[in-house]
Design a binder for this molecule. Sequence first.
Ligand code: SF4
Length: 310
Amino acid sequence: MAYRYLFGPVPSRRLGISLGIDLVPHKTCALNCVYCECGKTTNLTCERREYVPTDRVIAELDDYLATAPDLDYVTFAGSGEPTLHTGIGEIIAFLKDRYPRYRVAVLTNGVLLTDPEVRAALMQADLVVPSLDAVSEEAFLKINRPCPGLIAVQVLKGLLDFVQEYTGEVWLEVFIVPGINDTEDEIQLLKDAVAVIKPDRVQVNTLDRPGTEDWVRPASPAAIERIASTLGGNAGAIGAAYAGRTLPPESKDIGETILATIRRRPCTPRDLATLLGIRPTEVAKYLRVLEAEGLIKPLEEKRGVFYRAA
Ligand code: SF4
C-alpha cells in the first residue's frame, strides 16, 4: 500500500524512532509562527474539519502496524496543526484499541485546547507536547501570529483545563525568539505559567535551522541554559543533535526517509548522517539524486548548507 498520510519512521531528537501521521495539507495551521521550520502558513485557520479522510488514515495505520515494526512512538505531527482534524480522537482510539503496544504522541501548538472536544480527543494519547512561547498578548501576536479570534490568555486557560483532565505525560515546549520572549517580564510570565501547568518536562528550544522569517536569530546556548534554569519544572534545552538510537536496518528506505525528514524540517547533510546512522558520503549520494529530481533544494545558512523540500 502506498502511504499518503504516514511518513517515516523517522528518527526524532526527542521521541526516538517515530512513525509520523500528517492529518492536514501543507501548510494548514491556526498559527503562523515566525520560526516555523515548515514554512509560512498558507491556510491560517481555526476551523476544525476532516481535512483528510479519517478511514483512509486508519487503513494506512492498520496496514503498516500489522507488520509489527519496532517503533518508540506513533506521532501526530507533520506540516501543520493535527488537532484541526476532527478525526484525531477516533484515530487515537483506534491505535490504543488495536495496537496498544505503541505509545502515541501528539505534537500540538495547543491553541485549540480551549475547545472541550479537542481536549477530549487527546485524552487517550500517552504523550502530549504542547507549545507555549508567549503568555503576553503582545509576544503571542509577534511570535505566533495567530488566526483572528485567538487570545493569549484564553489559550493558556485551555492548556490549564487540559492538564487538569489529562493523565498522560505533558512535555511543554517553549521556543525562544531573542528580542521578543527572552525579556525578564516575558520569562517571569512563562515561569508563572509553568508553575501552574506543572508539565512533566519543559523543553526550551531555539532556531536551529531555517525558519519562516529571515530576521529570527537563535538564542545563545548560555541564554537557553539561563532561561531553562529560571523556568524550573524540569526545564532543559532541546539538543541540536539527535542522540537516540538509529533506524533499524530493515526499516531503512534511505532515500524515502531523507525526503520525509526534509519535508518536515530543513536538515544539513551532517544532521541526516547522524539521524540515520550512516556515513556523510552516503547521505551526499542520496541528496544528489533528490536534488537532480527537483524534490529538494539547498539553502546556504550560517550553520552550513541546509536542504529543504522544493
Ligand atoms: S511552528 Fe507549529 S504552530 Fe507554529 S506555524 Fe509551524 S506548524 Fe503551526
